[in-house]
Design a protein around this ligand. Structure first.
Ligand SMILES: NC(=O)c1ccc[n+]([C@@H]2O[C@H](COP(=O)([O-])OP(=O)(O)OC[C@H]3O[C@@H](n4cnc5c(N)ncnc54)[C@H](OP(=O)(O)O)[C@@H]3O)[C@@H](O)[C@H]2O)c1
Length: 358
């Protein structure tokens, strides 16, 4: 297998931005010389990425709008106040950091959330450049095979804004991330477990490659460690591509339930009203997520995984089992999930450093 670093030296042109970017590819991120700012650290993805960053040898500075409450919940992390809509707080939070993970989204924060997302990304980029940050990693959404919903357009626009700056930025594009407390996974989980008879609209035949939170967390931490001369985007698919209907079916199988399935011509609006009534996910968020399911969400661009060979990723049944087991844990991520993320990150990092691929 080709050494990972050599593969990285020849990134597909389609995903590389800013050819004039001055990043020096010899300057691979060393072990924790300065903290990494983790935005969205209180959220689903951020809580898991904190573990992966530590496993990858980084000191974590975790950002929260309410650092006192966050410290009570996760005293092991160093918390800093950072509301991304407040430029002064962003500047202070970034001071002295060498890299940053960008995980903010504004879903559910009001009607103009897409404008807010764009403005936060711009501010963050400017402040990060001023602070001398050398790498940003961002988890965004996949480009659909059809017109993008407002939510997905805004995720792509956030990626574009961050990549357009002077800092080499890795944008990872994922469809649904499977894990306990993922809002998109919670929707599907609640369809499977809370509806006595599953009325699935035909558009749930659309396909995607959902990915486990274990692999996403490790990928984001490694995105700070790969040598990179220019900003780039990559797909982050899971190993199994399937329809949303099949995903519901897999969830039912995981708990021994049967899927009774009349096909109803539910419009996205009707479906989101129904789902908002039965799901824990907030109505405004449900609507945006459902609209994002109208088209296939299949990877078409370069895969982040291919930079390293063919790592073993968690299958959909494994990821579902992890998520359901985590529901019973008093802490999130559960001890078992932390162990899994730690082991995955260490093993992939070891392969990267040895230059052997996975
Ligand atoms: N979950 C998925 O299936 C999935 C799939 C693909 C991509 N992604 C991407 O992954 C990223 C994280 O998603 P997630 O699922 O972890 O979302 P989440 O659980 O809703 O977390 C969102 C985070 O954003 C923070 N936040 C909200 N408003 C903020 C503000 N004004 N200033 C600073 N922080 C703010 C929240 O902090 P508070 O605690 O203060 O509210 C929270 O930590 C997003 O970019 C999303 O598009 C997720």
């Amino acid at each position: 297998m080709e050494p990972a670093v050599e593969q990285l030296g020849s990134l597909p042109r389609s995903c590389v931005d800013n050819p004039s970017n001055p990043w020096n590819s010899d300057d691979v991120m060393p072990d924790a010389p300065a903290p990494v700012l983790l935005t969205g650290a209180t959220g689903f993805v951020g809580r898991h990425v904190a573990v992966a960053l530590q496993a990858a040898g980084f000191e974590v500075r975790a950002a929260s709008r309410d650092p006192q409450a966050s410290r009570r919940h996760s005293p092991e992390l160093d918390w800093v106040r950072c509301d991304l809509t407040e430029p002064a707080q962003v500047r202070q939070a970034l001071e002295g950091t060498r890299a940053a993970i960008y995980l903010y989204h504004g879903l559910g924060s009001g009607p103009a959330y897409d404008r807010r997302e764009a403005s936060c990304a711009s501010t963050f980029r400017q402040m990060a450049e001023a602070a001398g940050v050398e790498r940003i990693a961002y988890l965004g959404g996949i480009r659909p095979h059809g017109p993008a919903s407002r939510h997905l357009s805004s995720r792509l626009e956030t990626g574009r804004i961050l990549r357009d700056g002077r800092i080499p930025t890795v944008e990872l594009r994922a469809a649904m991330v499977i894990g306990h407390s993922s809002q998109s996974f919670a929707l599907v989980r609640d369809i499977a477990f809370r509806l006595p008879m599953v009325a699935l609209p035909p558009w749930l035949d659309r396909r995607s490659c959902p990915v486990s939170i274990t692999d996403v967390a490790a990928a984001l931490a490694l995105a700070l460690r790969v040598p990179l001369e220019h900003s780039a985007w990559f797909e982050l698919p899971g190993p199994d591509c399937l329809s949303h209907r099949e995903l519901v079916d897999r969830l039912c199988s995981a708990v021994g339930a049967r899927l009774l399935e009349p096909r109803l011509p539910l419009t996205p609006r009707l479906a989101s009203t129904l789902l908002a009534a039965i799901s824990r996910v907030r109505g405004a968020v449900t609507r945006e997520l459902v609209e994002g399911l109208m088209h296939d969400l299949l990877p078409e661009g370069p895969s982040f995984w291919s930079l390293f060979g063919t790592p073993t990723l968690r299958s959909v049944p494994e990821a579902i089992a992890d998520a359901l087991a985590d529901e019973l844990s008093p802490v999130s991520p559960s001890v078992e999930s932390r162990r899994r993320i730690w082991a995955t990150t260490r093993s992939w990092l070891g392969a990267l450093e040895a230059g052997h691929g996975f």
